[in-house]
Design a protein around this ligand. Structure first.
Ligand code: ZN
Ligand code: ZN
Length: 367
């Protein structure tokens, strides 16, 4: 095996991503190397490239969610359920590789996704710290990283097609507390919205309405589990509200899920929810500006329950894999990953992701 690997490095915001040869690390006991099968370019990477996330230690190797085959393993390694792991196993790992377990967020508030010491592959580690991103032929799995075996039915394409959006969607469903028979509106047809629609259906929603675009994604949304799709580009806000009211006996939806990341979507989503309904905000990963709302009309008089949904936890990762296994023949997660790019094509992949030409770009570093 060669002692260096090829990686795509984001040296700084707004500078083209460049290829570098990087050394393989000396493995500590409990550490491992993952031969990258697939990684992804997601909205987070577009934000990283624009420098929209604070405290990122550029240069970095992006690619926070990845999957592959275990290579060198030093010492005994087990998956999250305690089963031994061996070289050659097909695995995925949870991208949050450290939370402190001691701070208020971790212990008292039980919100580990808000731990100030949280470290995430592809985002919070510099290239100088090692192979901590999926845009590389090998990924360093440091001791303590949560690893899960991929079931035979779960292909690399399906795992990464779901990717970070699926983990977020599992968290969204927790936060949404859907009751069987509920009408759920999903705003957004990106990777998060598509998986949220798929899981809302499996969580017992009586009716799933997805609003978004572009047009070809709406066909995919139907195949994922949406009963009704409303195109964003050929309707007015008034048209969309009328459509939701018409589909809900003029009551509004029991649950609205925001996966659009737009200030206007939030204003509109408040109108879709019924009195006493719930609204889960998941798409506002960066600051997209202020929304105009009227607290009396849109929240208090409606007795509306509004919940944020930040990041994901190990449980979401593990349950995402179980869901990929359970619904492997039914939900076309692999189709979210519309196109696979080589490391040398990463700049093109970023441009395609930013322009919404594809819901998710897959990265195969061995191409
Ligand atoms: Zn903590
Ligand atoms: Zn992502």
């Amino acid at each position: 095996m060669s002692q260096t690997v090829l990686a795509a490095v984001m040296a700084a915001p707004l500078v083209p991503v460049e290829l570098r040869e990087l050394p393989l690390p000396e493995l500590p006991v409990g550490g491992a190397l993952l031969r990258t099968g697939l990684s992804e370019v997601c909205g987070t990477d577009v934000h990283l490239w624009h420098g929209r996330l604070s405290g990122v230690p550029y240069p970095i190797i992006p690619g926070h969610v990845s999957t592959g085959t275990l290579g060198a393993v030093r010492g005994a390694l087990a998956d999250v359920e305690g089963r031994p792991l061996r070289e050659g196993d097909r695995v995925a790992f949870f991208d949050v590789h450290r939370t402190c377990g001691r701070c208020l967020a971790c212990t008292v508030h039980r919100t580990p996704t808000r731990c100030p010491h949280r470290r995430v592959y592809g985002i919070t580690d510099s290239v100088a710290d090692g192979l901590f991103g999926g845009w590389a032929q090998q990924i360093y799995l440091e001791p303590g990283v949560t690893i899960a075996k991929l079931p035979d039915a779960v292909t690399f394409e399906a795992y990464i097609g779901g990717g970070c959006g699926l983990l977020t969607a599992v968290h969204i469903i927790d936060r949404a507390r859907i009751v069987m028979g509920d009408t759920v509106v999903v705003q957004g047809a990106g990777a998060v919205g598509l998986s949220a629609a798929a899981l809302a259906r499996r969580a017992g929603a009586g009716q799933v309405i997805l609003i978004g675009g572009p047009h070809d994604r709406l066909a995919l949304a139907r195949d994922m589990g949406a009963d009704h799709v409303i195109p964003l580009d050929t309707t007015t806000p008034g048209d969309r509200l009328e459509r939701v009211l018409a589909l809900t006996g003029r009551l509004g939806a029991d649950v609205v899920i925001e996966a659009a990341g737009s200030a206007l979507a939030f204003e509109e989503g408040l109108l879709f929810a019924r009195n006493g309904g719930a609204y889960v905000i998941a798409g506002h990963y960066t600051n997209v500006g202020d929304s105009r709302i009227n607290a009396h009309e849109h929240i208090n008089r409606k007795h509306l329950d509004i919940r944020g949904c930040w990041g994901s936890e190990v449980g979401h990762f593990l349950r995402a894999i179980r869901l990929l296994d359970r619904y492997a023949g039914e939900v076309p997660w692999a189709r979210i990953g519309a196109r696979t790019y080589a490391l040398s094509q990463i700049n093109e992949a970023l441009a395609d992701a930013e322009a919404f030409r594809i819901p998710k770009a897959l990265v195969d570093p061995w191409r």
